[in-house]
Design a protein around this ligand. Structure first.
Ligand SMILES: NC(=O)C1=CN([C@@H]2O[C@H](COP(=O)(O)OP(=O)(O)OC[C@H]3O[C@@H](n4cnc5c(N)ncnc54)[C@H](O)[C@@H]3O)[C@@H](O)[C@H]2O)C=CC1
Ligand SMILES: O=C(O)[C@H]1O[C@H](OP(=O)(O)OP(=O)(O)OC[C@H]2O[C@@H](n3ccc(=O)[nH]c3=O)[C@H](O)[C@@H]2O)[C@H](O)[C@@H](O)[C@@H]1O
Length: 495
């Protein structure tokens, strides 16, 4: 039995109570979310819609982002997001840059700021830059006049909660008490609202103290407005923090595994989709996340795995570090291998050729381009002196230029000599020698796009390099295209 001693905040040598969610706890009336990004915005919009009695303020230092959240054109594209925001905005859901006021008024604060990979100093290129988390934490300590539950929503290295505690305790007013929880987010972009509405699990990590368990119950009550109780799981903070890195590492590992197999398929005449189907029918393996691609992108897989690599190295576990690093290296190899295949098929020269790149987002149904494989492909084609025509239905033009030029004016001039951005797939394909499908948008499928029309406007031979395996090979080759599909053997197609 667990010993719960109400006079002491610390329970020593205790196990976590099984009925943690039913423990006496403080009701949450007001929530602040620091960070109005891809996670903070959708997550707290769903919380507000499910808890009309809770006042939810999402705050950010970025004025234009907040202005967009308050407008008809939200700063991020997610199916179902606009409808969810509309349910509560200006009722119990507010977007503002007044971070201090929101902190002061909240019972519970989500820290949902960015945790990018460090660009300089020790751990450069691997470790997480926790500067934004620290700045938010210091502001909470400075502003808070009453007890707060502080929730790590950002993905952080294992034991970050300890740093947050130290900063809060060293800088807060006397008598103000903080409970720190870990509540990592597992949503995927493009399906964020669905994932939030029907999560596989909600994970809450807390300190093994009476106060920690009680804070855990407070947060669990917020989620239980729409998430079944058996899907809300609790554990210690360190396990919770590590579980998030582990989940992303294992998801990315599956993609690198199937992509490694795709190289074997192409060399042997096997079909990676058939292999994935056969393998995925084993209930121990399962069918999801076995889609071979031109390489995974997105803001988190690479950064979180490198974070795990850094953690392993810091713990003097070099073999473990090397194991996880290979997942990222395989992903780089996949992008390189695909770019090389395009070059080789175009008779080893791209100069004076036009390449149409279909899709620039890192996956369909999002306008997010962070770490998108398309960036590497476009850069590699431009280096081969191709002229590259990009079309993506949701990515804004300025975002494409930002990814390709990093706001460097010298680079920008060179890039703009080679790259153009188009308003439709057909426009991008006009006069092109090859199409490269980099993102699996539904509108690029042969059931939605008239590839006979596309073929007509292209130079011949007209090539398609399907990096997402979305096209029906028979339909495409019957039109006259030369088709290469990632992970498909060359038999019946071109060499
Ligand atoms: N993007 C995704 O799909 C997922 C991301 N995560 C994690 O969630 C965290 C946030 O990710 P995103 O929402 O994608 O990042 P993001 O970059 O879209 O948003 C973070 C926001 O925090 C704001 N910010 C930074 N410091 C601030 C401060 N001191 N005060 C107020 N605002 C501040 C920034 O201006 C930015 O708008 C990261 O740790 C990420 O690894 C976790 C699951 C999914
Ligand atoms: O921590 C995060 O940021 C999130 O990272 C991923 O979500 P996300 O990156 O938004 O999207 P995914 O659907 O995981 O796709 C990531 C990349 O892998 C690629 N992918 C995915 C699945 C697959 O079978 N094959 C494949 O190549 C996608 O095209 C995309 O480029 C995880 O799926 C989320 O659970 C996690 O919360």
């Amino acid at each position: 039995m667990t010993r719960l001693d109400s006079t002491s905040s610390l329970i020593s040598n205790s196990t976590r109570p099984e009925d943690i969610l039913n423990l006496p706890h403080r009701k949450v009336n007001s929530i602040c979310c620091i960070g109005a990004g891809y996670v903070g915005g959708p997550t707290c919009a769903v919380i507000a819609a499910a808890n009309p009695h809770i006042n939810v303020q999402i705050v950010d230092v970025n004025q234009s982002r907040i202005d967009a959240w308050n407008s008809d054109v939200l700063p991020i594209y997610e199916p179902g997001l606009a409808e969810t925001v509309a349910k509560s905005r200006n009722r119990n859901l507010f977007f503002s840059t007044n971070v201090s006021q929101a902190i002061e008024e909240a019972d519970l604060i989500f820290v949902s700021v960015n945790t990018p990979t460090k660009k300089s100093g020790m751990g450069r290129g691997f470790a997480a830059d926790l500067g934004y988390v620290e700045a938010a934490t210091r502001q909470i300590a400075k502003i808070a006049k009453s007890d707060k539950i502080v929730v790590e929503k950002s993905t952080v290295p294992c034991r970050t909660a300890q740093s947050i505690r130290l900063i809060l305790e060293a800088n807060s007013r006397s008598g103000v008490h903080f409970d720190i929880l870990s509540n990592p987010e597992f949503l995927a972009e493009g399906t964020a609202i669905q994932d939030l509405m029907h999560p596989d699990r909600v994970l809450i990590g807390s300190q093994d103290t009476v106060a920690g368990f009680s804070a855990c119950a407070s947060l669990a009550e917020v989620y239980s407005a729409w998430v079944p109780r058996d899907k809300i799981i609790t554990m210690n903070v360190w396990s919770s923090e590590l579980s998030k890195l582990a989940a992303n590492a294992m998801l990315a590992q599956r993609i690198s595994s199937i992509n490694a197999l795709s190289a074997i398929c192409e060399a042997t005449g096997a079909d990676v989709d058939e292999v994935a189907h056969a393998v995925g029918l084993d209930s121990r393996i399962g069918p999801k996340f076995l889609k071979s691609s031109v390489g995974f992108g997105g803001s988190c897989f690479r950064k979180d795995i490198l974070n795990l690599v850094y953690l392993s190295e810091s713990l003097n576990l070099p073999e473990v570090a090397a194991y996880w690093r290979q997942v990222v290296e395989m992903n780089e190899y996949q992008k390189f291998r695909f770019a090389r295949k395009v070059l080789h098929s175009l008779f080893d020269t791209m100069s004076n050729k036009r390449i149409a790149v279909f899709g620039f987002a890192f996956k369909k149904d999002t306008g997010d381009t962070r770490e998108s494989a398309a960036i590497t492909l476009v850069q590699s084609f431009a280096e081969e002196m191709a002229s590259v025509a990009i079309y993506d239905p949701k990515v804004e033009e300025r975002q494409v230029w930002l990814e390709l030029t990093s706001n460097d004016t010298d680079i920008e001039a060179k890039v703009k000599e080679r790259v153009t951005i188009c308003n439709s797939a057909l426009e991008a394909a006009g006069g092109a020698d090859a199409i490269v499908i980099a993102t699996e948008w539904d509108e690029f499928k042969d059931t939605n796009l008239n590839y006979a029309d596309v073929y007509r406007v292209m130079n011949k031979p007209a090539f398609i390099f399907d990096g997402r395996s979305i096209l029906n090979a028979g339909v495409i080759t019957d039109i006259g295209f030369k088709l290469h599909t990632i992970g498909k053997g060359t038999e019946g197609r071109f060499e």
